[in-house]
Each structure stands twice: as C-alpha cells, then as structure tokens.
Design a protein around this ligand. Structure first.
Ligand code: FE2
Length: 404
C-alpha cells in the first residue's frame, strides 16, 4: 500500500555505461583524489588480458598501480587476508575491482578493513540459527565494527550477473566454518562504476549463463521480496524482460555486442532493484551453501534452486509471478494467476535448459550426508529475512530434496 509507505531512494553512484568506457579508469581514480590504485582482480580476468591495458592507462596518467590477482571464485577469508596485507603495505590508494562478483566483493571487504583492525572476515555477520529455525539476532553482529573510513572503491565489472557494483555488501567464505558470510557497509559502495560491455565479450558461454541466471534471480527475488516497492518492481520487471530476451543470444554467440550490452545493463538494473531496499530471498539463501560447500558457481546454484523456490513461494506471491510471466513473455492474459505462475516457472526452467544451467544438486556433486548442514546454513543466511514465505527447517530440507 503506497500511501502507507515511507521510501528511501538512494542516489546512484557516479556511473558510466557504454562500449569502451573502461578506458576512463584513470579519470575515475583521479576524481576520488587518488594518485595510487590498488587493483583487485581474479587470475582469469588477468589471463583474458583485461587488466593489463587498464593498468597501463593508469600508469600513463601518472597513477601508481599495484595489482593483486589472488581472488578465486567464491572468494575466501584467506584470499581477502592476503590481498588486505598487500593493500596495507602498498599504503593509501583507491581500491579498483576489475572482475566479477568475486573480485568486487573481495575488493570491498579489503577496502572496509584496510584502515581498521583485524581481518576482512571480522566485519562479516556471524549469524546462528535458534531452535525455532530462525536467525538468532543476538548472534548476528560482526566481531568488529569499523572506526576508520573505508578506502574509496571503483568497480569495473567484467561479467553481467552479480551487480556487486550497486551496493556496499559482499560475501566471503569462512574457510573455518565452510560457509559464506556477508558484510554490508555503505562506505564501500563503489563511488565510480564503469560498465563496459566490451569487457564481457570474451567470457565463455557457461559463465555467461551462470551470471545471467544470477541476474534473473536478483530481479525475481527483489520483485517478490517482503520489502518490494513500486520503484524497484519496475526496474526488476525490466531486467527480467531483458534477460529473457538477450541471455540466450549472449550465450549462443559471445561476440554479439548488442546481447552483451543488454545483459550488462540488465544485470545492473537487477542489482539496483535488490540493492535499493528489497534485498533477496530463499533462492540466494539456499544457493549460498551449495556454492560454498560444492564449489559450484553462484549463479549455477541459483539456477538449480530457482524453480523449486518459486513453486514453494507461489501460494503467497502468485499475482506477482503472473507479472513475471508477462516479463518473460509467456503469460496468457485469459488464464489465472496460478496458471501464469506455472508458466513463469516453466519458462525459467526452459531458459535454464537453453543456456545450459539445468542440473541438480547431485549433478553438482552433492552427497546426501551434506543435506542437514546445508539446511542450517540456508536458515542462517540473512538474505532469508526478506523472502515472501519464510520456510521451516523441514520445508528447506524438502526444497533441497526436490532439487537433489
Ligand atoms: Fe546473486
């Protein structure tokens, strides 16, 4: 009910979109007062040749650059600690993330901890689940809170999915506990963002697909969140339509410049939708434990869980899923919301088949003995707090069983 809502609409960070805009990196660093840049990247992005030209541009502009390329997919506390030590010894610098969600999340975590005590993982929430299957809020707080400001962050995404450039949050795997932990601090929301679709042209079909399914999930979860609101609903629906239209083309032909551009903006829009208040839901809560424990790609685990969670949520958000069916281009205007919900679920499954992410948890290497710990991890993930139909322990276990 809009008349009873008070909305917070955050300003966009300085953002440029377009082919070739990554070349503006030296200006972005300078605009933040930086004469030194600490670049955080993953080895794949370095091997793909995306980092060196940007580093050279910065050096040609008189900016002192150090590159840390030790970020692995599903980045860990160890990766962040190694990069953080390098950042601290490099000294005052703008932190520049060049890569996908792993590079951006790690860079933000390093920027947060750089001038504060301890390690990056100390700034993550450490939630535990109570006997009632809900997060015990007395356990949620991070071990440390920052007292010094974070370093400024510039984001140069090289994938179209995570949209980590839209917020100050991130996910780091706690290697001791084997689970993913989240941090959030608006101080590390990137202050300059260069969205250059040319950087995604070399991304192979499979990661293009998993990232695209991540973007689709962000949009659907933002749209059906308990904190959804009209402004973000419109952006989310726009993103869903763009993913449905363009992801198959980007996967089929990575050199399709229009598909790459559409997907980059779609992923960013989906990120704006969830980062502007609605947040996410049970697909991400159930997906994070799978990527943490099975080393599967984040978007792959979401693609596995998404149709099952939609079926679970259907009784409470069928009207919204009917609008998702419209955005996906499969709605029947004469059919009921329930029928159109089924059409939306079928379309998500079909898209996942088309782009090559349709599989099961056992297909990702999951073994039955892992299920109990997966359930506990999912219930403890703070992204579960905005899911439209809060599940019980037994219901999460049943969802995993259905996806097995
Ligand atoms: Fe995601």
């Amino acid at each position: 009910v809009l008349s009873g809502m008070q909305l917070t609409i955050p300003p966009s960070p300085h953002l440029v979109f377009g082919a070739g805009v990554a070349g503006q990196l030296p200006d972005a660093v300078r605009a933040l007062g930086g004469e030194r840049a600490f670049v955080v990247a993953d080895p794949g992005v370095v091997v793909a040749g995306l980092v060196e030209p940007l580093v050279e541009k910065c050096r040609a502009a008189g900016i002192d650059v150090e590159v840390f390329d030790g970020v692995q997919p599903n980045p860990t506390d160890v990766d962040v600690a190694t990069g953080l030590a390098a950042l601290r010894s490099f000294g005052d610098a703008v932190v520049v993330a060049i890569g996908g969600g792993s590079a951006m999340d790690s860079a933000k975590c390093m920027a947060l901890a750089a001038d504060n005590e301890g390690e990056g993982i100390d700034y993550c929430f450490h939630p535990q689940v109570g006997d009632d299957g809900r997060i015990d809020f007395s356990t949620l707080a991070p071990p440390r809170f920052p007292t010094a400001p974070a370093r400024s962050v510039v984001a140069v995404p090289t994938t179209s999915g995570t949209a980590s450039e839209t917020n100050g949050a991130g996910i780091v795997t706690d290697t001791t506990a084997g689970r993913k932990l989240a941090f959030t601090n608006d101080d590390v929301r990137p202050r300059r963002v260069l969205l250059d679709p040319l950087l995604t042209v070399g991304l192979p079909a499979y990661p293009t697909a998993t990232c695209g399914m991540d973007a689709l999930t962000h949009a659907i979860e933002a749209f059906t969140s308990l904190l959804a609101q009209p402004l973000t609903d419109a952006i989310a629906l726009g993103a869903i339509e763009m993913v449905a239209t363009w992801l198959p083309r980007a996967v089929a032909d990575g050199t399709d410049a229009e598909a790459r551009a559409q997907m980059m903006l779609a992923a960013h829009m989906a990120g704006i939708a969830f980062s502007s208040g609605p947040l996410l839901g049970l697909v991400h809560a159930a997906g994070h434990p799978l990527s943490a424990r099975l080393k599967a790609a984040h978007g792959q685990t979401l693609a596995v869980m998404l149709p099952h969670v939609m079926a679970f949520n259907a009784p409470v958000v069928a009207d919204k899923y009917a609008r998702v069916a419209v955005a996906l281009g499969v709605a029947d205007s004469t059919a009921s919301s329930e029928d159109n919900t089924q059409r939306a679920i079928d379309a998500v499954r079909a898209l996942s088949e088309t782009v090559g992410t349709a599989t099961t948890i056992s297909g990702l290497g999951g073994t039955e003995d892992q299920r109990d710990v997966l359930v506990e991890d999912a219930l403890s993930d703070p992204v579960i707090l905005t899911t439209p139909r809060p599940p019980t322990r037994a219901e999460v276990a049943e969802l995993y069983r259905a996806a097995w």
